[in-house]
Design a protein around this ligand. Structure first.
Ligand code: UN1
Length: 494
C-alpha cells in the first residue's frame, strides 16, 4: 500500500474527466514520497459541474426521501466495506495516524446511516391555527445546488456532514475538497457512485485553490455555500456570498481551551489535555490550544501533563503504535516553528518540545509553553499545530473570562468535580460546544456542530440542526372553512 499513488480528476455528470496538463502532486507528509496526483480544475469545470447538479436536482429532489435514504444506507455499506483501504489512503495523503483515519471513516459511516434514517423522518411542524377550520404546518424544502468547500484536516468526515444532510433533503452537491486531500476525496466519491447515487447528484471539482473556490462562491446557480477552513478565507467567502445573495454555513477557526479547576481529577485532566492538544498533531478545529489552570494546582498538573506528553510516540501514522503524525506540509511546519521562535524571543518558558524532528517528513515535537499572557499571540491566534499554551488564573470567574476572551468560539472544556461550577461554566462559556471532564475534541455526528463569534455564522452542521442548515422551511396554511377568515382580524378572543 505504501507506494500507492492516488489520482483525482474532476467527477462531473457521472464521469471522471481526463487529466489535463495542469496537475499538482501531493507528497506523503511522513515520507515526502509522491502520493497523489491532482488535476487542476478550471472555472469552466466549475460551470459544467454546477450545470450537471442543476439538471440532476429536478429528479433527485422529487424522489421520495425514504428512497434517497436507501441510497445513503448503501453508501454507508460501501464505506464500511472499504474502511481499511480508505483509512490507509487517508493516512498516506494527509499524515493522520491510522487509528484516527479509521475513526474518521467511521464518522462518515455513522453520518450516512443517521441521515439515511432521516429519509423516513424529516419532520416538519403541524400547529394549531388561530382560526377555526384552518390548519398551519411547515415542511422542509431543498435549497437546490449546494457548494461544499472542505479543509484537509478532516477530508472525509467533515464533508460527510455537508454532503449527506444536503442529499437527504433533496439537494445536489458540487464539492471542492482541499487540494492536499483531493485523492481521498475522489475515493470517497467513488464509494457514493458505487452505491448507486445517480449522476449529477454529486460532482467533484479538484485543485486550484482560489480560482475554483471563487467560481463556486460567485456562481448564480448555487444556493448555499458550506465552507470549512480558516477564518481569514471564511470571511471572504461570507462577503462574496452576501454580494451574490447566497446562503452560507461557515465552520472556521478555533482557539479552544480546557479549564482546570483546583478540585479537578488532575491525572485525568492531564490525559485529556495531551489528547486534545496533540491528537491529529493539533490540526483539528477542535484541538486544545490553551489550558487555563488555577494557580494552586499548576505545580501538580504540569509534571502529570509532561509525563503524558512524553509517552506520545511520534512517527509515520501508518504504523499502529504511533500517536502523533506529521504536519500537513512545509508551510504548516514553518508556521509552528515561527511561534516557537516568538516564544524564545519573548522569554516564554518551553516545558516540552519546541523542535522539528528529522529531515524527512513534516514532524514537530508536541510542545508545551507558558505561562503566557491571555492576550499574547500564543493565547489568541489559531496555530493549527502541536503547540499548547498554559495560562494561569486565580479564580473560577477569571477562568471563564479568559476562556471567552478570544475571537473564536468553537469548543471549551472544564475539569472539576464540583457540579455547580461545571454547570455554571456550561452556561457561561460562549462557545458552540462545551465538555465537562473531557477534552475539547470528540464531537459526535448526531449533535449540532459549530461555533460562535469568528468561528461561524450561526449555522450548525451535523445533528438535526444540519437539516435546518441545508433546507428551507415552507409554511403552509389550509383553510377548509369555506369562508374568508382573516388572521389577526376575524379572531375573537374575548
Ligand atoms: C474539525 O476539526 O473540523 O470533535 C472537526 C472532533 C471531530 C470533528 C472535528 N469529531 O474533533
Amino acid at each position: 500500500m505504501n507506494n500507492h499513488v492516488i489520482k483525482a480528476s474532476n467527477f462531473i455528470d457521472g464521469k471522471w474527466d481526463e487529466f489535463s496538463n495542469n496537475t499538482i502532486t501531493n507528497v506523503n507528509p511522513a515520507t515526502l514520497e509522491p502520493v497523489s496526483t491532482i488535476n487542476i480544475s478550471t472555472v469552466e469545470d466549475v460551470n459544467r459541474a454546477v450545470e450537471s447538479s442543476k439538471r440532476a436536482f429536478k429528479e433527485w429532489s422529487s424522489f421520495p426521501a425514504p428512497k434517497r435514504g436507501d441510497i445513503l444506507y448503501k453508501i454507508a455499506e460501501e464505506l464500511k466495506k472499504r474502511k481499511q483501504e480508505l483509512s490507509e489512503l487517508m493516512t498516506l495523503e494527509m499524515g493522520k495516524v491510522i487509528t484516527e483515519s479509521e475513526g474518521e471513516i467511521q464518522e462518515a459511516i455513522d453520518m450516512a446511516y443517521y441521515m439515511g434514517g432521516e429519509g423516513r423522518r424529516l419532520s416538519g411542524e403541524v400547529v394549531p391555527s388561530e382560526l377555526p377550520n384552518k390548519m398551519a404546518m411547515a415542511i422542509r424544502e431543498p435549497l437546490g445546488v449546494i457548494g461544499a468547500i472542505s479543509a484537509f484536516n478532516f477530508p472525509v468526515a467533515v464533508p460527510s456532514w455537508k454532503i449527506f444532510p444536503s442529499l437527504i433533503v433533496g439537494n445536489t452537491v458540487v464539492w471542492k475538497p482541499s487540494p492536499n486531500t483531493s485523492g481521498i476525496a475522489a475515493e470517497f466519491v467513488k464509494c457514493m457512485v458505487d452505491a448507486g447515487l445517480p449522476k449529477g447528484v454529486i460532482n467533484l471539482v479538484v485543485g486550484g485553490e482560489d480560482k475554483v473556490g471563487e467560481a463556486l462562491v460567485s456562481h448564480p446557480d448555487i444556493s448555499l455555500i458550506s465552507f470549512t477552513g480558516s477564518t481569514h478565507v471564511g470571511q471572504k467567502v461570507y462577503q462574496a456570498c452576501a454580494a451574490n445573495h447566497k446562503q452560507v454555513s461557515l465552520e472556521l477557526g478555533g482557539k479552544n481551551a480546557i479549564m482546570v479547576l483546583e478540585d479537578a481529577d488532575l491525572p485525568l485532566a492531564a490525559r485529556a489535555i495531551a489528547w486534545g492538544a496533540f491528537g491529529t498533531t493539533g490540526q483539528r478545529c477542535t484541538s486544545t490550544s490553551r489550558i487555563i489552570v488555577q494557580k494552586s494546582v499548576l505545580e501538580e498538573l504540569t509534571p502529570l501533563l509532561l509525563e503524558e506528553v512524553a509517552q506520545l510516540k511520534i512517527g509515520n501514522g501508518i504504523n499502529h503504535d504511533v500517536n502523533v503524525g506529521p504536519l500537513i506540509n512545509k508551510e504548516a511546519l514553518k508556521r509552528v516553528e515561527q511561534y516557537v521562535e516568538l516564544a524564545k524571543k519573548d522569554g516564554v518558558p518551553i516545558h516540552y518540545g519546541g523542535n522539528k524532528i528529522g529531515e524527512e517528513g513534516y514532524y514537530f515535537e508536541p510542545t508545551v509553553i507558558g505561562p503566557v499572557s491571555p492576550s499574547s499571540a500564543f493565547a489568541t491566534e489559531e496555530i493549527f499545530g502541536p503547540i499548547l499554551s498554559i495560562i494561569t488564573v486565580d479564580t473560577f470567574d477569571e477562568a471563564i473570562e479568559v476562556n471567552n476572551s478570544v475571537d473564536f468560539g468553537l469548543s471549551s472544556a472544564i475539569f472539576t468535580r464540583d457540579l455547580n461550577k461545571a454547570m455554571k461554566a456550561v452556561r457561561k462559556v460562549d462557545t458552540g460546544i462545551v465538555y465537562i471532564n473531557h477534552s475539547t475534541s470528540g464531537a459526535e455526528i448526531q449533535m449540532p456542530f459549530g461555533g460562535t463569534k469568528h468561528t461561524g455564522n450561526g449555522k450548525r452542521e451535523a445533528g438535526q440542526a444540519a437539516l435546518d442548515t441545508f433546507s428551507e422551511w415552507k409554511t403552509i396554511y389550509i383553510d377548509y372553512s369555506g369562508d374568508l377568515q382573516r388572521a389577526q382580524i376575524d379572531v375573537d378572543f374575548a
